[in-house]
Design a protein around this ligand. Structure first.
Ligand code: C2E
Ligand code: C2E
Ligand code: C2E
Length: 89
């Protein structure tokens, strides 16, 4: 077990996501909307996603999971804590 505690969750800030230009945020926004529909989870300000989903998103964005995580942190969509979630890949 990590001395820093359990692996943090990947939590998408949906309000921040809505503020971003579509050319950047579009694929992630569509992916998040699909998960919300599948769960029936429509009213959240945030959405917890699977680690597997970050892998899929990295393929969509043509980046490594680490690179995509840095980009999403830069956009303010992911918390910097998310770095530790991706280290375990
Ligand atoms: P599923 O993968 O067969 O999961 C069925 C149900 O198991 C989910 O219903 C949820 O109640 C529970 N479940 C599965 N994995 C987890 C988990 O890691 N954490 C939690 N808290 N519960 C889990 P739910 O939420 O209604 O989702 C229905 C279906 O929608 C899921 O079926 C899956 O196909 C899809 N889905 C929902 N959320 C996600 C997601 O974040 N990523 C992906 N790839 N698919 C998702
Ligand atoms: P947490 O995982 O730290 O989530 C804190 C709060 O963030 C949640 O409070 C909720 O308001 C929001 N949140 C996080 N992820 C999502 C999401 O995917 N959709 C939406 N709509 N909101 C989200 P809440 O609901 O009062 O839950 C408090 C705590 O209860 C959660 O802390 C977690 O520890 C636990 N919990 C709630 N639902 C689940 C679940 O489906 N699976 C598991 N394993 N724990 C859950
Ligand atoms: P969580 O609910 O606290 O689950 C933490 C981890 O426990 C998940 O990480 C997964 O590795 C495992 N886990 C929990 N429930 C199940 C399950 O039913 N089946 C399997 N195979 N594993 C399970 P993961 O996958 O990275 O998901 C991170 C967080 O994303 C979850 O935290 C939950 O908040 C959310 N999530 C993921 N999938 C679903 C889903 O299908 N429905 C809902 N409502 N939330 C989900």
């Amino acid at each position: 077990p990590s001395p820093l505690g359990p692996t943090p969750k990947l939590v998408i800030d949906l309000e921040r996501l809505q503020q971003l230009p579509k050319d950047k945020a579009g694929p992630l926004a569509r992916y998040a909307a699909t998960i919300q529909t599948q769960r029936g989870d429509y009213n959240g300000k945030v959405l917890s996603i699977r680690q597997e989903d970050l892998r899929s998103l990295a393929v969509i964005y043509d980046k490594s999971p680490t690179e995509l995580t840095e980009e999403l942190i830069g956009w303010g969509v992911l918390d910097p804590e998310a770095r530790r979630a991706v280290e375990s890949f």
